[in-house]
Design a protein around this ligand. Structure first.
Ligand SMILES: Nc1ncnc2c1ncn2[C@@H]1O[C@H](COP(=O)(O)OP(=O)(O)OP(=O)(O)O)[C@@H](O)[C@H]1O
Length: 872
């Protein structure tokens, strides 16, 4: 660099003047590129050209301008590399950010949130700042040798190894296995709130009666066909039932308090509230962390923990529309990453040390105020998100003051001993909140729905000690991943509204709770309780109608039930291994919203063998007040028939609808484990996989795809499709097939794309291979989640396209600079320019295609959701 420029650069460092886009504009103008204006130009220059530009008198003429230009370029980190590496910011770039103010407000102000801020705006910034993964306790399911980590984690071992003799390790962390065993792995508690003002004003009846501390009855008002009113009784039994007089303190004592000591014993506990909007979830959940923090802090003050530098940390975030936001940091968007050990880190999440309980209150208030809420008919301040407050006990090793990470987030330096997550779920019926709503609200609802389903699945898998925990089912379960493995404890508080107007939702909530409990291996609700807590009359009725011997007491019943449940656990695993069963499971995983689109009018739940795996329940129905039946759904219809004399109304009334919605062309696995779609002829033409236009039909037969042993896609057809014959598509053929043909996405999944004609019918557009086939994709939620995924992909692609463009522009600038050099070869210039322009065009066309696909998908989703949810 010439002396003058070097001097200018030096002067600039001191000067600290603002970089003006006027300078940039002039500079671009002189290069004939004024239309690029400041943002693009500012990032598209090779720094090696800088001396040339300055020397040749491009742009900045005065010393001051030159200084500004140089400063600008320094700030933009003109190293010719950063622009092409969108997701791996270097420490260098961070350094720049820190020292040169890359993200300084003055630059943001001048260049807006344009290209300059690419990295600042997206997840990368978060990742780069906080990607240090927490040293969580390794999962027992984690592949590879985790011994070192465990040893590292284990305070006892680490103490011994490090030769620290100041504390007796065996005393320091008493592993009280008896105590741990005494705390149930899953506890399901129901809380009934009092009638609220609105319900009282409407003179609504209280239809929920609580008997003892574990039983409740819902008296459902019904009408006979001849319009005579009658009451149907539904009885439930849980680990605890708390009536409307129970205080929040008592709720704490019966739910969270017993878990607190286990937090110091490496337990990851989860306490969540489930229930319809306005049922009291927030009211119930909000005080719990406060009380828990009190107890945790008290424990931490014990010398044994204090000496080991145990500390309590709090974080509070929400999951809204499948995205994470920090409620204690201005709703900053967070991203979730898995580290090499498959441990989940929420990148950028702020954690605050809790030394004093009062601060917890403040945090709760602050976080709750930041939470996404909206108004519903049932609740003026209805939660539209899942809020997760975590209290983590961490052990901090002694760090020399000089070495201490001085970033104000010491939390990261500690190792998690145990933690408890409090989750205030969004209203359970929000999935049904789709009528007359905009796309955002519908997606919101479907997201909620999906996560509630996934949560239930995880809890079930967890309690069945399944190896495969389906935590990838939703963001919620992914976030809670480490709470689903190892030592975990779950408390579910089902909140119910007592009013007659909420009866259906109340029943749905109770059924969800019942299913969570009853499907678990330890789901033996009242084995340890006095059986005659059940009203005598019902006991009798149960005995007389159930398949169990009349003499069998509740204990026997429970024994059998438990046996059955364990068997169920086994079967569930088997089921997981079979694709067919997996498909059946998808049926089982119907939305919890019980919205009208999932409900038929009281149709009986017919046997669907694999799906009925989890139908066991203990719901006593006393229809018309004169007969009671008990349903013990089993694995097969025959089993059910044998044991059920009178079938109570379906838990999910939607079965009929679901069945009719589900195409017969369900996926099966053939003998070779290939994915095989079967279809009936009728559904070929009307099938949910999309109707086939005439042209397409003539071009290809009834098109079901099968993967043969070589991994090729086979097209199979039923006999009625006379034109159909097996044909194997070669790779080339595949590229020729019509638009609405199966496509393999980046993950190797097969995706059906449909033509516009097919949009309105394509319920099952995405078909993913693998054992979890269509669990979400075949459901309405699956469709929405596909939209969300595509949305993310589109945004990522857009970002990538901009970065590519920047790279290309950089090359163009270089070309221009070169061609202006004396003696430059024009041929060279032309060839290179042609190449660069082709790349530019390809990049743009790719993005346009993706955009069009997404628009198409949005329309499709819109049509589908309108079709599914009849206006009320
Ligand atoms: N057990 C209770 N005792 C007295 N009032 C209650 C109780 N439970 C809830 N409430 C009141 O009912 C109203 C709704 O409760 P809350 O906001 O907790 O419902 P929610 O289930 O969280 O609703 P959403 O899902 O819409 O957020 C609040 O005004 C709350 O104070």
């Amino acid at each position: 660099m010439p002396q003058g420029n070097a001097a200018a650069a030096a002067a600039l460092l001191d000067h600290g003047g603002d970089a003006g886009d006027a300078v940039m504009a002039r500079w671009l103008q002189s290069a004939g590129l004024q239309h690029l204006a400041s943002p693009l130009a500012s990032t598209a220059i090779d720094h090696r050209l800088l001396p040339n530009l300055l020397m040749q008198g491009y742009g900045a003429q005065s010393t001051e301008e030159k200084q500004r230009l140089l400063k600008l370029m320094r700030n933009l980190n003109f190293n010719g590399e950063s622009g092409s590496e969108p997701y791996t910011p270097t420490t260098q770039s961070l350094g720049v950010a820190g020292s040169d103010g890359f993200y300084s407000p003055e630059f943001r102000g001048e260049f807006g949130a344009g290209l300059l801020d690419l990295h600042a705006m997206d997840d990368t910034e978060l990742l780069s700042e906080h990607v240090v993964s927490e040293p969580f306790e390794p999962s027992p399911f984690m592949p590879g040798d985790t011994r070192v980590f465990e040893d590292d984690f284990d305070p006892i071992n680490s103490k011994l190894e490090s030769g620290e003799a100041d504390t007796d390790a065996s005393i320091s962390l008493p592993m009280n296995s008896t105590r741990e065993n005494n705390v149930a792995k899953i506890k399901v508690v129901v809380r009934k709130r009092p009638l609220n003002k609105k319900e009282l004003a409407k003179k609504e009846d209280d239809v929920v009666t609580v008997t003892g501390n574990a039983y409740l009855t819902v008296h459902e008002p019904k009408l006979k066909v001849d319009l005579t009113a009658y009451v149907e009784k539904h009885e439930f039994c849980f680990d605890a039932v708390l009536d409307e007089h129970v205080t929040n303190d008592e709720v704490y004592r019966s739910t969270v308090e017993p878990i607190i000591p286990t937090i110091f014993e490496r337990t990851k506990a989860t306490c969540f509230a489930y229930g319809q909007t306005g049922s009291g979830k927030t009211y119930t959940m909000q005080p719990l962390p406060l009380r828990a923090a009190e107890d945790l802090v008290r424990q931490l003050h014990q010398p044994v923990y204090r000496d080991q530098r145990f500390k309590l940390w709090l974080s509070y975030f929400e999951i809204y529309g499948g995205k994470l936001y920090d409620l204690l940091s201005d709703r900053k968007k967070l991203c979730m990453r898995e580290d090499g050990r498959q441990q989940v880190c929420i990148v950028g999440l702020q954690e605050f040390e809790v030394c004093d309980v009062l601060i917890v209150k403040e945090f709760i208030e602050k976080g709750s105020a930041a939470r996404s809420t909206g108004s519903t008919g049932a609740n003026e301040e209805s939660s539209r998100s899942h809020a997760i407050l975590q209290l983590a006990v961490k052990k901090h090793s002694e760090v020399k003051a000089s070495k201490r990470n001085n970033d104000g987030n010491e939390a990261r330096s500690g190792k998690v001993v145990g933690k408890i997550s409090f989750i205030d779920l969004a209203g359970s019926e929000r999935g049904a909140d789709t009528t007359d709503n905009d796309r955002q609200t519908r997606i919101e609802g479907a997201e909620i729905n999906k996560s509630l389903l996934a949560l239930k699945e995880c809890i079930r898998a967890l309690d069945n000690d399944q190896i495969h925990i389906p935590f990838r089912g939703s963001k919620l379960t992914e976030v809670l991943r480490d709470s689903f493995v190892g030592n975990s404890k779950t408390v579910m508080i089902s909140c119910i509204s007592p009013g007659a107007g909420s009866c259906e939702h109340t029943l749905n909530t109770l059924r969800y709770a019942d299913r969570v409990k009853s499907l678990s291996k330890s789901g033996n609700p009242r084995k340890d309780q006095v059986p005659n807590a059940v009203p005598q009359t019902n006991n009798k009725e149960v005995s007389s109608t159930s398949s169990f011997p009349a003499s069998a007491g509740a204990e026997d019943f429970n024994d059998q039930r438990q046996e059955k449940t364990m068997d169920m656990g086994r079967k569930f695993v088997e089921k997981e291994n079979s694709l067919h069963s997996s498909a059946a499971a998808a049926v089982d995983k119907q939305p919890l919203s019980y919205s009208s689109n999932y409900l038929s009018n009281g149709g009986e739940e017919k046997g669907f063998p694999s799906a009925s795996v989890d139908r066991e329940r203990y719901e006593v129905k006393n229809s018309h007040g004169d007969s009671t039946s008990q349903k013990m759904n089993s694995y097969s219809q025959s089993d059910t028939d044998e044991k059920v004399q009178k079938v109570s109304p379906p838990r999910r009334k939607g079965y009929k609808d679901e069945k009719s919605e589900r195409p017969a062309n369900w996926m099966k696995k053939d003998a070779n484990g290939s994915d095989l779609f079967t279809t009936s002829s009728k559904q070929q033409s009307t099938g949910n996989y999309g109707t086939v236009s005439k042209d397409e039909k003539s071009e290809r037969p009834a098109n079901w795809m099968k993967r043969d042993a070589n991994g090729s896609d086979l097209v199979t057809t039923s006999s009625k499709q006379s034109t159909g014959s097996y044909s194997t598509l070669s790779k080339d053929e595949k590229s020729e097939r019509p638009a609405n043909w199966i496509k393999r996405d980046a993950n190797g999944s097969d995706t059906f794309t449909t033509s516009s004609k097919q949009q309105s019918t394509g319920n099952y557009n995405n078909i993913t291979t693998g054992s979890r086939l269509n669990e979400t994709e075949s459901s309405p939620d699956g469709n929405v989640s596909a939209v969300l995924e595509e949305e993310e992909a589109l945004i990522a692609a857009h970002r990538k396209e901009i970065e590519d463009t920047m790279e290309i522009v950089r090359e163009e600038m270089k070309l221009l600079a070169e061609v202006d050099q004396p003696g430059s070869l024009i041929d060279n210039y032309v060839t290179k320019l042609s190449f660069v322009l082709s790349r530019k065009a390809a990049s743009l066309v790719g993005l346009q295609a993706r955009l069009a696909r997404f628009q198409h998908r949005l329309k499709e989703q819109e049509i589908l959701s309108r079709k599914r949810v009849p206006r009320q």
